[in-house]
Design a binder for this molecule. Structure first.
Ligand code: C5P
Length: 243
């Protein structure tokens, strides 16, 4: 790993040059940050859990025809992915009010939303990832109208599928964040799901107790963060060969 060229280091992951052209190695760190980096900690084992959970979810989404950057998991902390050009947006999909929508619109946390709501945020740490409209996105050429349509459709399909997948293991998918990239294949360009899908990027509540099983445990100092991630992994059945 150390001989590979590091291309990018983010808050929770590192991207290295991959073994073949057009591939990257995505490495999952144990670091956690919140409040745009103001709050930091190392949560031992988080990277291993997120690598497994994200692998499982990306593979399942692939099975229903959602294109993703995921190729295969390499080891405990790394996965091989396709190199894409990241669209500089975070696409959030919400089923139940929590977090920033509760704060911004005064909707009580836990209230079921009338339908799934999709929001776009501009990926810019210095600006704290502000929410943006479709008009902002097309005016500043962050994505084309076709790409916005693609991201919307893929996000809503992923939401339907993942809501069911989590419900089957007694977990409510409250909300989640997706990132997309452009995959260049000859003179074709496709919009594909990128980054990760894990308890770092979703809100997951136990269906019976409403207990939080996601990064809000870290953000809100609720304790037992990795234990909660491990329980998500256990329920999804991705821990079978782990100690
Ligand atoms: O903070 P907010 O309520 O807008 O977050 C909505 C969802 O998006 C949550 O599941 C959160 O974990 C995720 N998110 C993320 N990365 C961000 C912002 C939000 O994964 N930078």
């Amino acid at each position: 790993m150390s001989r590979r060229k590091k291309l990018y280091e983010g808050k929770a992951k590192i991207l290295y040059e991959g073994p073949e052209p057009g591939t990257l190695v995505q490495y999952f760190k144990d670091d956690a940050t919140a409040l745009n980096g103001e709050k930091k900690a190392t949560l031992e084992g988080k990277g291993v859990l997120n690598n497994r959970i994200s692998e499982y979810i990306m593979v399942q989404l692939g099975h229903i025809g959602i294109p993703t950057h995921f190729i295969r998991r390499l080891n405990m902390r790394e996965q091989l992915v396709r190199q894409v050009e990241i669209i500089p947006l975070e696409v959030v999909c919400r089923n139940v009010a929590a977090g920033s929508i509760s704060k911004r619109l005064g909707i009580e946390e836990g209230q079921q939303l009338p339908r799934a709501i999709v929001e776009f945020y501009y990926k810019k740490d210095e600006l704290n990832d502000p929410m943006v409209s479709e008009d902002h996105i097309t005016s500043f050429n962050w994505a084309t109208p076709q790409e916005i349509d693609d991201m919307m459709a893929l996000t809503l399909r992923a939401n339907d599928f993942l809501s069911g997948l989590f419900a089957a293991v007694n977990i409510r998918l409250v909300d989640f964040k997706l990132e997309f990239g452009r995959l260049y294949e000859g003179d074709m360009v496709r919009t594909v799901l990128a980054d990760e899908i894990s308890p770092d990027s979703c809100r997951l509540w136990d269906m019976e107790t409403n207990e939080k099983m996601d990064k809000d445990r870290f953000r809100r100092d609720l304790g037992n963060v990795t234990e909660a991630y491990a329980e998500v992994a256990r329920r999804l059945g991705v821990m079978k060969d782990m100690p």
